[in-house]
Design a protein around this ligand. Structure first.
Ligand code: R5P
Length: 294
């Protein structure tokens, strides 16, 4: 098998290839003056199984288009099978219709990848595992939350994990139990029209505790800021944050730091600067090795 980085794999593709004992190469890419992407693969992939790696953590539409173009190029070069690994999948949060008139964007993305010629797809921590059923080939969600949280707990000495949202609370509870630390959760309410946040159920007493707020992703940072403020009001000292995907859009890094959060930990599914990135390539390679031979 050949692992091929498209335009945004943040070094994950080459590390995964190393763990899998596979060859690694990258597309040559450039951007035309009008903003369109150009791709070319200077590698013979005829008859090979090819794993394309492309994260959609920033310039989502461009990264997605480039992934479609890469599938086209690989098919044109007569590869045997075309597989995909998406370290961060954009549009995953719109996995259903919340308001009338909306698309199911996750279905648009996953449907297009399969229609373009991808037969198997692995996604690191999609928003919800069930949404991968929109991909009509074989798919797998790769869970790296424990790896990220373990790294963060070791570095910060956190004694309690805080889930900032009931949606992620079951997973945070499971990780806390495996790591032998405490946990709590709050209930986040988001206004579907203006995006504003409020708290349903708050946290219990955290007096004198070092805590780690754990989420699947950080986008604007609003969720982490809300949970950190609630934790401080319940007496927590030393607040750090961890998430699998650090998107950190729109000044999120400063927003989180200004809220009194120490370090922000995340996986290398994105390339966020100033954060503590935890390499998840070994876990991802192990999951892929099994998935791609099944
Ligand atoms: C929501 O369901 C997710 O699990 C995250 O909590 C959310 O996407 C984080 O977004 P933000 O950083 O903008 O609050």
């Amino acid at each position: 098998m050949i692992v091929v980085g498209v335009t945004a794999d943040y070094g994950l593709g080459s590390r995964i290839a190393e763990h899998m004992g596979a060859k690694y190469c990258r597309f040559f890419s450039k951007v035309f003056p009008d903003g369109e992407s150009y791709l070319r693969l200077d590698e013979n992939v005829r008859g090979e199984d090819v794993l394309l790696v492309q994260s959609m953590a920033e310039q989502q539409d461009k990264r997605f288009t480039e992934m479609l173009m890469a599938i086209d190029a690989i098919a044109e070069a007569h590869a045997n099978n075309i597989y995909g690994l998406i370290p961060y999948m954009a549009y995953a949060r719109q996995d259903r219709r919340f308001l009338d008139g909306e698309p199911i964007s996750a279905r648009s993305v996953l449907g297009a990848l399969h229609n373009a010629g991808m037969s198997k797809l692995a996604v690191i921590e999609p928003h919800k595992e069930e949404e991968l059923s929109y991909f009509k080939g074989k798919s797998i969600a790769i869970d790296v939350m424990k790896k990220v949280v373990r790294g963060a707990v070791e570095k910060t000495g956190a004694e309690t994990l805080v889930a900032p949202d009931s949606g992620v609370s079951g997973r945070v509870k499971g990780v806390a139990e495996e790591l032998g630390v405490g946990w709590d959760y709050l209930e986040k309410k988001r206004d579907r029209n203006n995006g504003s946040l409020s708290i349903g159920k708050g946290l219990g007493d955290l007096s004198g505790k070092k805590i780690l707020v754990v989420d699947d992703m950080i986008s604007t940072g609003g969720t982490i800021v809300q949970a950190s403020g609630e934790a401080m009001s319940k007496g927590a000292i030393g607040i750090n944050a961890a998430a699998v995907h650090l998107i950190l859009a729109d000044g999120a890094y400063d927003r989180i730091k200004n809220a009194g959060v120490g370090n922000i930990f995340g996986s290398n599914s994105t390339g966020s600067k100033g954060c503590e990135m935890i390499d998840v390539s070994e876990d991802v390679a192990a999951a892929l090795s099994q998935f791609l031979v099944d």
